[in-house]
Design a protein around this ligand. Structure first.
Ligand code: NAD
Length: 498
């Protein structure tokens, strides 16, 4: 049941999941609690779906792909996704309150997690409508004479979408909407800590769009094995996943027996190389802010700050000042820009990694604990560690907290080597007065994306993906749409009309 506790605060989302066009509870009626991380109180429940529920959802998606004309009716898909965009717009404030309730994201910074993904639905509807699904590849000489080749871009089939909790509504949309517009059918498995961002999406699809039964399903569950059942099922043609590298490896292994197409956006440990000619007063307050706004729960966060030894103390002082004055607290208060960590478990992990950094010789410049004025809620102080050993656990592991690790360097080559000393390769950042020099440094960073002087690489129109153990494939841009399509080359007589 959807229940509104008051007009502006905590809001319980829909408990139900969507399978084969029906909003439903799991057959046993089992539920699990959803905790509001700012108060540590139970905000409501979600149905606790099972492997059997997942198998029904996959069956429904398979049938919808194989037996309906969803995959071939572009105009109808455009109609449905236009409806979805309008429905999300109508539900915008509701979705925002669900997001803040589940994640503790400060209301002030919800734009990128609500407005942006809603706009992305419209973007993908237009992009998909105008995409050239049958492209001419020219005439080629063959031993049998000239052959015209056409490339038919066609949907992959049943797509399983598995999402994490840190930006749940955004990623639910980013993983499923281009897949749907490309003609696939979808089973979405949202993260355990954020079931409602998924179940509300399912409710809106069922109640406010013409998307046919089985085309879009959401299975909510508190058990990892339900996600595993999706990634291993032979009826699923593709998995699109965002989450930790450890789970990404398990998903790849589960898909290996059926050689499943797999799109992975995984963890990161990005470095920000601050060159000695950088404008520190621009670059470093922003670096500290970025570490705090999502409580550090961002995959692309540059959490390793590489400062030139010649300006080391000056840089640390700027970040320390920013962090010590950062507005941390109740996410419903628009003055705050940092909320709590999402769970007690995540807070313990963050505090444990800070301690491991100090134990391995790092200097605690500020923070390191729980803010005194916030005894309730899973808050962590903005934390700055200096003199961090680049090989230590705190410099190598993703923290997912409001923590920056500062590492000194002497030459550009040394900074690049430290930045690349990571199993991850998601993002990076370079700050420098000479943009050509900064670009040369950016080119040598082994990452999927780099921001120079705060000019963001991230956006719907540009491919986004990780290298090394940060992922496989792309979201966004033309590359991101094509991930949900197979390219079938058709050779045919040259006389065929173009
Ligand atoms: P997680 O890997 O623990 O869980 C993600 C999802 O996988 C959840 O829905 C979970 O239920 C499911 N899952 C768990 N075990 C599974 C299994 N064996 N098979 C199939 N599914 C399984 O990640 P998380 O803690 O929810 O999210 C944080 C992680 O996500 C961080 O590592 C972060 O860097 C990453 N992330 C990456 C990006 C990116 O674009 N690269 C974006 C956001 C978050």
């Amino acid at each position: 049941m959807t229940s509104v506790q008051d007009e502006t605060g905590v809001l319980a989302g829909d408990e139900r999941m969507l399978i084969d066009g029906e909003l439903q509870h799991t057959s046993s009626g089992a539920t699990f609690d959803v905790i509001h991380p700012a108060s540590e109180e139970v905000a409501g429940q979600a149905t606790d779906g099972t492997v059997a529920d997942m198998e029904r959802a996959i069956g429904a998606a398979r049938r919808a792909f194989d037996e309906t004309d969803w995959s071939r009716d572009l105009d109808f898909r455009y109609h449905c996704l236009t409806q979805l965009h309008e429905a999300f717009e109508r539900n915008k404030e509701h979705l925002r309150r669900v997001l803040i309730t589940e994640v503790g994201c400060p209301v002030k910074v919800t734009g990128s997690q609500i407005e942006s993904p809603i706009e992305e639905v419209r973007h993908w509807a237009e992009h998909g409508k105008n995409f050239e699904y049958l492209a001419d590849n020219g005439v080629h000489d063959t031993p049998m004479g000239p052959a015209r080749r056409k490339i038919h871009y066609e949907p992959v089939g049943v797509v399983g979408a598995i999402t994490p909790w840190n930006v749940p509504f955004y990623l639910n949309v980013a993983e499923t909407v281009p897949a749907l517009m490309a003609g696939n059918t979808v089973v979405l498995k949202p993260a355990q800590l954020t079931p409602w961002s998924g179940s509300e999406y399912g409710r809106i699809v069922a109640e406010e769009t013409d998307i046919p039964a089985g085309v879009f399903n959401v299975v909510v569950s508190n058990a990892n094995e339900v996600g595993a059942a999706l990634s291993g099922d032979p009826r699923v043609d593709m998995i699109t996943f965002t989450g930790s590298t450890a789970t990404g490896r398990a998903i790849l292994a589960a898909g290996a027996p059926t050689v499943k197409k797999t799109l992975l956006e995984l963890g990161g440990k990005s470095a920000h190389i601050v060159l000695d000619d950088a404008d520190f007063t621009m670059a470093l307050p922003m670096a500290a802010l970025m570490a705090c706004v999502m409580s550090g729960q961002s995959c692309i966060l540059p959490s390793r700050i590489l400062l030139p030894r010649s300006r080391y103390d000056e840089g640390i002082e700027i970040m320390k000042n920013m962090m010590e004055n950062f507005p941390v607290g109740d996410p419903w208060d628009p003055n705050n820009m940092q909320g709590p960590q999402i769970s007690q478990g995540q807070r313990e992990k963050v505090l444990g990694l800070i301690k491991s950094g100090i134990d391995s010789g790092a200097r605690l410049v500020t923070g390191g604990g729980i803010p005194e004025h916030l005894p309730k809620g899973y808050y962590v102080q903005p934390t700055l560690l200096a003199d961090v050993d680049p090989n230590s656990q705190v410099a190598q592991e993703e923290i997912f907290g409001p923590v920056l690790s500062v590492i000194p360097y002497d030459t550009d080559d040394e900074a690049i080597a430290i930045a690349n000393n990571s199993i991850y390769g998601l993002s990076g950042e370079v700050s420098g007065g000479d943009v050509d020099r900064a670009l040369e440094v950016a080119k040598r960073m082994r990452t999927g994306n780099v921001t120079i002087n705060g000019k963001s690489h991230f956006g719907i129109g540009s491919p986004f993906g990780g290298t090394k153990q940060s992922g496989l494939g792309y979201r966004n841009g033309e590359e991101g749409y094509k991930e949900y399509l197979e390219a079938k080359t058709i050779g045919m007589p040259d006389t065929a009309a173009l």
